[in-house]
Design a binder for this molecule. Structure first.
Ligand code: HEC
Length: 205
């Protein structure tokens, strides 16, 4: 497990959602106020590496499952393995890794509290046609979180596209057997599917 230097976090972001500016701009202000630029870069780079490793683990397993048994088998595989794969990469890096979505498939991936508000802001920004970038935010005096958008690609449509279109009705029935409250369909290529969230927690001083 990698060790992270405890940053000196002195200011909370209680006011983050109060004003009307874009969240990204606010987040950057917070970063500059609280953490040195080099520390922000360190955490951003570390988080990008973690995402790359998780994405690689998830997608190579998914591709194998797809070629072995098509969408129905891959679904079953994702249902059992997606969260354990993410957790094993998380344990390796000593960070918490989640994939969050407002239109979620697994109920465990719905953002709670502050994350829900943040994702709603980001979605509004995206819907206005503005770019949503990655950002590092101070959650509280012991916790940082990094967020990066997940944009839908063509190879995702078989399970997140249109029902009756890219997703056959039979496959969607299979999806609903595992996820009766599924909301993660109707996406097109280039849509904002959700967010990576990489959380870092530090022992209290
Ligand atoms: C074989 C079908 C399949 C394909 C292809 C697929 N997904 Fe998923 N996706 C799933 C399943 C099943 C889950 C729920 C996993 C779980 O239980 O944690 C999921 C969950 C997610 C989540 C977590 C949030 C949520 O809604 O639960 C994101 C984000 C996501 N997928 C993005 C993608 C992206 C981006 C691609 C393409 C690179 C993709 N998926 C391709 C089936 C698929």
């Amino acid at each position: 497990m990698k060790k992270f230097k405890q940053p000196f976090i002195i200011i909370l972001i209680a006011g983050l959602f109060a004003c009307t500016q874009q969240p990204q701009q606010q987040a950057e202000t917070v970063e500059q106020t609280v953490l040195s630029d080099s520390l922000v870069e360190t955490y951003k780079n570390q988080s990008r590496q973690i995402i790359q490793a998780t994405f690689k683990a998830l997608s190579s397993n998914l591709m194998q499952a797809m070629s072995y048994g098509g969408v129905p088998y891959a679904l079953e595989f994702c249902n059992v393995e997606a969260l354990p794969i993410t957790d094993s990469v998380a344990a390796h890096f000593g960070a918490e890794i989640s994939r969050l979505a407002l239109k979620n498939r697994n109920p465990e991936n719905y953002p709670d509290g502050q994350d829900e508000a943040l994702l709603k802001h980001f979605q509004q920004v995206f819907d206005k046609g503005l770019a949503v970038g990655d950002t590092l935010i101070v959650i509280n005096s012991n916790e940082l979180a990094y967020y990066a958008p997940i944009i839908l690609a063509e190879q995702c449509l078989a399970c997140h596209g249109t029902v009756g279109g890219e997703i056959t009705v039979g496959h969607y029935q299979a999806i609903q057997r595992f996820y009766p409250e599924d909301k993660a369909v109707g996406f097109g290529t280039g849509d904002l599917r959700g967010f990576w969230r990489i959380g870092y927690t530090f022992a209290a001083n």
